[in-house]
Design a protein around this ligand. Sequence first.
Ligand SMILES: [Zn+2]
Length: 466
Amino acid sequence: MKPITGRDPVSGRTGVIQAAQTLVDSGQFASDLAEIVSRPTESQNPQRCNEMQAYLAEMLIPRLTTSGFVCTIHSNPLGHPFLVARRIEDAILPTVLGYGHGDVTRGQEGEWGQDRQPFELGQEGDRLYGRGTADNKGQHLINLQALECVLAARGRLGFNAIWLFEMSEETGSPGLVEFCEQNKDLLAADVLIASDGPRMSPEVPLVFLGARGAVNFSLSVELRDGAHHSGNWGGLLADPAVILAHALATITDRRGQVQVPEWHPTSLTPDIRAVIEKLPLPVGPQIDADWGEENLTPQERVYGWNSFAVLAMESGVPSAPVNAIAGKARATCQLRFVTGTDADDILPALRRHLDAKGFQQVVLEQEESGFFPATRSAPDNPWVARVVDSLERTTGVAPHLAPNLGGSLPNHVFMDILGLPTIWIPHSYGGCNQHAPDEHMLIPVAKQALGLMAGLYWDLGEHTPD
Ligand SMILES: [Zn+2]
């Protein structure tokens, strides 16, 4: 690695970080955020259809064009349009793909505290309230402003930048897979560096490299039409709820340890264990130390292993029970899984397991929505070290490094279809109320993140591989 500029890298880097953080102190960050939050880009609300293209055309394209990006809006036959913005400085330089989504979940007007309005930015203490402040408008604004600071200071980035924005993320990213499959050349890059989701603790930057996958399915036992009097028929008619409960009880033991052999991932290797060990646990209810895999640490259970959950179950009418043996019972279930699990064999393996235990009458069906593949970029990828070192240089503290989040996100599009190492640097935190009333961004986190991203973009342009 050798420097490609004659500039003093230390003062230049410090200067660009300060310039980015000044955007918070000067109010520029909040006023830009207020403008983009004011667009009610609710993708779950069909009446907001016209807002989607407008957000790309009026909120993003002007600022990207000013920064020298060539912007194209692409229609999406399966959902709202995409924006691709490209700034190619030199084909010999590495290319960094950024991603963001401009759509938000429903505003939930009337449910916010203190009469807050979802599409009006409100500042209270160290919080900026508004729909999209955390998910994802505030996060991509931070990255765009940081890029602009580097451009202003250096006159160029020192790398090629491509941005992909979608407007359908909150409805499951319809068309994203197809768009990326059809536009691999347009999106060709060396790495994805993007921001979404929460940090594990508000003060400590997080780098995560993938996500757990998820598959939702139902298990049902349907024995007969209608219910029958439990006095006249009790002892004569099989109870579907009892059969279903016994079937469920074969999937995990009584402390939730998975009993389907194929559901044990092969990926919890010593190097992954070493990375996971340093991660904090989610903040919230006290965890149950005697739940989950007995031989794993709590961190390994949530970031390195598969977990089964019953999301809902029903037999009869729970809110109004009657003296009858129900005709059917049903449970909606989920497996969260990490890489090293054969995703195509998850449900077939469960079928074999249930059959072997004598539960042929339990019907297994995959739910139409809710499937995410598991992803994890290799922690020893050179891009990971570059990013982690840069963030540490800016804050003086090592960021948390997670092979994957416990939750799910459409990272497989970038990893499996575009073939990129994927590096996510979230600028939100667990208490941000995303998808709920009172969504907000923490001002100190925004300020730190602007500095982190400015320092990172500076560093990415500072050296070119020998
Ligand atoms: Zn979201």
